[in-house]
Design a protein around this ligand. Structure first.
Ligand code: HEM
Ligand SMILES: *[C@@H]1O[C@H](CO)[C@@H](O)[C@H](O)[C@H]1NC(C)=O
Ligand SMILES: *[C@@H]1O[C@H](CO)[C@@H](O)[C@H](O)[C@H]1NC(C)=O
Ligand SMILES: *[C@@H]1O[C@H](CO)[C@@H](O)[C@H](O)[C@H]1NC(C)=O
Ligand SMILES: *[C@@H]1O[C@H](CO)[C@@H](O)[C@H](O)[C@H]1NC(C)=O
Length: 350
């Protein structure tokens, strides 16, 4: 959690204190301190921009969060999270050390017309065509647009944490190598080795796969297309971890062999279990791992932290049906409270 900007630090603090998205009448309801132009949304506005380099990014944020996601955790937001991974996940320390062409968080998925046509990237064509016009429209790099879209995709999903967001990526240097993205039917060792070659520990990998909390499959088993990986696909919660580990799949869900294997393998299970029933651990560790993912293959010292443009995260704590006291492992979210939070904190984009 290095180099956190002041607004993000206070955001995390607010999240830790459970003051985000308060119920009406909550004594914390005035604690939100993002400069939102007085509309109570907590969405920072360009008028209050702090770093001049970040100013253009308020409009790009709105083009993605409003124009593409409509403020919601729908198919485009979900796809953008996977897209961020498939763009960055072609990075390889081994290829880099050998001086060979390499991938990374460079936006090549928006630039190379063939990359999205690879079978690995099936299902990402639609989000790629939605994002593709933005770099030229705003005269910014494809990598910055793509990785901002990934961060905003996480925030569009209630419960999703704010990931420290950078701008300043150069154009991709070369075509991203093929064959480096993980296959859900590979052995655990193959997968942990591949993520180690990206620079991720097993603990970081266990945090990252939680992104499947808001995911659906279409191509692993086409007969069950649109099945989600957990029973609460519209929220960024840890239910994915407990349901994936369970002996029985939750009704209507589809589990990837890789995720099930991670949840039972003696080595990976220890880190996996950090996140079962622990939303705070997961939100924090996921945010750090996603930040690292968004920097793969890049020189961080050449980039600018523009996290100031991000809206506050919607905290699920206040949206649960269960009264405080004995919280179950996976609190049930009240759909009325959830929608009220979306209306309030994502208002300008709906
Ligand atoms: C072992 C590692 C991983 C494997 C084997 C894996 C595999 C898959 C597969 C097979 C799908 C379904 C594709 C389809 O049929 O439509 C999927 C979806 C998805 N993956 Fe992963 N994944 C991994 C890691 C990650 C990571 C690190 C992220 C992001 C941080 C991620 C984010 C997503 C998302 C958000 C979806 C849902 C997309 C949608 O609903 O449109 N995955 N993944
Ligand atoms: C686009 O941005 C580059 C620098 O990133 C700048 O040199 C160029 O003048 C800009 N083009 C326009 C049309 O603003
Ligand atoms: C992964 O899980 C599948 C089915 O759940 C199983 O057939 C396979 O052997 C597992 N692989 C490893 C390496 O554990
Ligand atoms: C569990 O994962 C570790 C780490 O990748 C691996 O070395 C080990 O072979 C796996 N165990 C099984 C039974 O697949
Ligand atoms: C595990 O599955 C059983 C049987 O479907 C169910 O009763 C239980 O609630 C599940 N537990 C979790 C943590 O999802």
């Amino acid at each position: 959690m290095r180099s956190l900007s002041a607004p993000i630090f206070s955001l995390l603090l607010a999240t830790l204190l459970g003051v985000v998205a308060p119920a009406s009448g909550s004594p914390h309801s005035t604690k939100r301190d993002n400069d939102d132009g007085g509309d109570g949304s907590g969405i920072p506005t360009v008028d209050n921009a702090k770093n001049p380099l970040c100013k253009p990014w308020y409009a790009i944020r709105d083009a993605i969060m409003g124009g593409i996601y409509h403020g919601r955790c729908g198919d485009p937001a979900r796809a953008s999270i996977r897209l961020a991974f498939h763009d960055a996940g072609t990075f390889s320390l081994a290829l880099k050390a050998a001086g060979l062409p390499n991938g990374g968080a460079d936006g090549s998925m928006l630039v190379d017309p063939n990359e999205v046509l690879r079978p690995d990237n099936n299902g990402l064509q639609n989000i790629v065509s939605l994002l593709q016009p933005l770099p030229a429209q705003f005269n910014v790099s494809a990598g910055d647009v793509l990785h901002l879209a990934g961060v905003l995709g996480v925030l569009a999903c209630p419960g999703g944490p704010a990931v420290t967001t950078y701008i300043g990526r150069p154009a991709p240097k070369n075509i991203a190598p093929d064959g480096l993205l993980p296959n859900p039917n590979s052995a655990v060792k193959v997968l942990t080795d591949r993520f180690a070659d990206m620079g991720f520990s097993i603990r970081e990998l266990m945090a990252l796969i939680g992104a499947h909390s808001t995911g659906k499959q279409r191509f692993v088993d086409p007969a069950l297309a649109q099945s989600s990986f957990d029973s609460t696909v519209d929220i960024w919660d840890v239910r994915f971890y407990s349901e994936t580990q369970n002996a029985t799949a939750a009704p209507g869900t589809f589990r990837l062999n890789s995720d099930v294997n991670f949840s039972h393998n003696a080595t990976t299970q220890q880190d996996y279990n950090r996140f079962v029933g622990n939303q705070d651990n997961w939100a924090r560790e996921y945010a750090n791992a996603h930040e690292k993912m968004s920097l793969l293959g890049l020189d961080q010292s050449t980039l600018t932290d523009c996290s100031e443009i991000l809206p506050l995260s919607i905290d699920l704590k206040d949206l649960s049906t269960s009264s405080s006291g004995q919280q179950p492992t996976d609190p049930v979210i009240d759909p009325v409270k959830l929608e009220a939070a979306i209306q309030k904190y994502r208002s300008i984009w709906l």
